[in-house]
Design a protein around this ligand. Structure first.
Ligand SMILES: [Zn+2]
Length: 425
């Protein structure tokens, strides 16, 4: 890690935003070609210069020049010799994943999780900071800065080796401006996350809705790798989704695409936080599961669920119901099976709308595994319209609890490797 530090080419093209100081010294990716080569090395490496030329249709001298730049910046390194196709064995190139780091932040309701990852999203270090509510915009920004400062210290990061900071923020987010437009769980509006963090750290900052960040993380490093179209459904305290179409996040006209938690499943169903009746979220999120358990117990259902909260029903959560199900409790298993059915109805709707290749389910409720997955899959099979839709792969998220933080880091990696694709479709 010693030696001369050459500024990293970091894509800013197309957005007209520049950060002073260190980031100012981050060169704009001077040519499309350099980022093209960098990305081919990422996806196909170890790869020879000749193969890069073939794949990118650039001339060998151009490839050689640009690869030299990338080697000098230390983003790329030479690896073992490849297989000869006649002459001498070619030198192979790969991404120097550990030479730089990226910071990913998952802004949850009760905790902020921050990770440091390599360029291939391997987590080097992480920590949590507790969120104490109520909090205003300034104290939230302060907490974010505190989390960055602490992870930099804990992981002994050199700032010139950090390529940027990604933030996965719950609620409505404008990723083009880096603003949290509305965070319902904090009741905060117009949080200038990017502006505040960039001025504090002189590093590029990317901000995205937490579930969309999770979907991007699964797309690059999880079960969505290589897929063109898939849906990543998060079922936890709320229900939301990130939709990947043509390998890109689909955001919609005003950044609200993916609010699948507020599609109606049962018009006679319980009232949702959004005010409508029978939303998917009101039937399947953790609090909805707990509410169904409480209702059943009030009506005299025999169950061991209340033992897990020492009789204090107000402490009941989706997890309590899951624990009881694991102990063989019939009522708890019934509640989770129903949750799977409701999710199946919702997912069949989304499959019929978007015809994705796969549906990935993340979030706390997805940890209930087979207790929900069995009825979920059955319901999708019954309700999806055609044979290929019925057979669609449905699986739980690969990145688990780290999915949003890794997704947040991926926002920054995406700017490095694919800088020229604008946010808006
Ligand atoms: Zn709703």
């Amino acid at each position: 890690m010693d030696g001369k530090v050459v500024p990293i080419p970091y894509g800013r093209a197309g957005r007209g935003r520049k950060v002073k100081g260190l980031v100012g010294s981050f060169q704009l990716m001077k040519s499309l070609n350099k980022s093209l080569i960098l990305n081919v090395i990422r996806t196909d490496g170890p790869i020879s210069r000749a193969e890069i030329a073939k794949k990118t249709r650039l001339t060998p001298p151009t490839v050689t020049n640009l690869v030299n730049d990338l080697l000098e910046s230390r983003l790329v390194q030479e690896s073992d010799l490849g297989v000869s196709t006649g002459g001498r064995k070619p030198i192979m190139l790969k991404i120097n994943s550990e030479a730089f780091q990226v910071i990913g932040i998952d802004v949850g309701v009760s905790h902020i999780k921050v990770i440091v990852a390599t360029l291939d999203a391997a987590i080097i270090d992480s920590l949590y900071i507790k969120v104490i509510q109520p909090l205003d915009k300034e104290s939230l920004i302060k907490l974010l800065n505190e989390s960055i400062r602490r992870i930099m210290e804990k992981a002994a990061l050199r700032k010139e080796r950090v390529i940027g900071i990604g933030v996965g923020m719950h609620g409505l987010v404008n990723p083009d401006r880096g603003v949290g437009i509305f965070a319902p769980n904090f009741n905060l509006h117009d949080i200038p996350i990017r502006e505040s963090l960039e001025s504090e750290w002189d590093l590029p900052v990317e901000v995205e809705n937490d579930v969309r960040a999770m979907a991007l993380g699964e797309s690059w490093f999880g079960h969505g790798q290589g897929l063109e179209d898939f849906i990543c459904l998060n079922v936890g305290m709320g229900v939301g989704a990130g939709i990947i179409l043509n390998q890109e996040l689909f955001r919609g006209t005003s950044y609200t695409a993916g609010e699948l938690g507020h599609t109606t499943i049962d018009v006679e169903g319980p009232t949702c936080a959004c005010g409508n009746d029978g939303c998917l979220q009101a039937l399947t999120a953790g609090p909805a599961i707990a509410a169904r358990a409480q209702r059943g117990l009030r009506m005299g259902r025999k169950s061991r669920i209340s033992e897990f909260v020492q009789g204090d029903w107000s402490q009941m959560t989706g997890e309590t119901v899951y624990q009881a199900a694991c102990q063989g409790d019939e009522f708890a298993r019934e509640i989770l099976a129903d949750t799977g059915r409701y999710l199946g109805i919702g997912i069949a709707n989304f499959i019929n709308t978007l015809n994705p290749q796969k549906v990935i389910i993340g979030g706390g409720v997805s940890k209930s595994g087979d207790f929900i997955m069995e009825t979920l899959k059955e319901t999708v099979e019954t309700r999806a319209l055609n044979i290929s839709a019925k057979a669609i792969a449905i699986q739980t998220a690969k990145l688990g609890d780290d999915a949003t933080a890794i997704g947040a880091a991926t926002l920054v990696l995406k700017k490095l490797f694919l800088p020229n694709i604008p946010h808006k479709r």
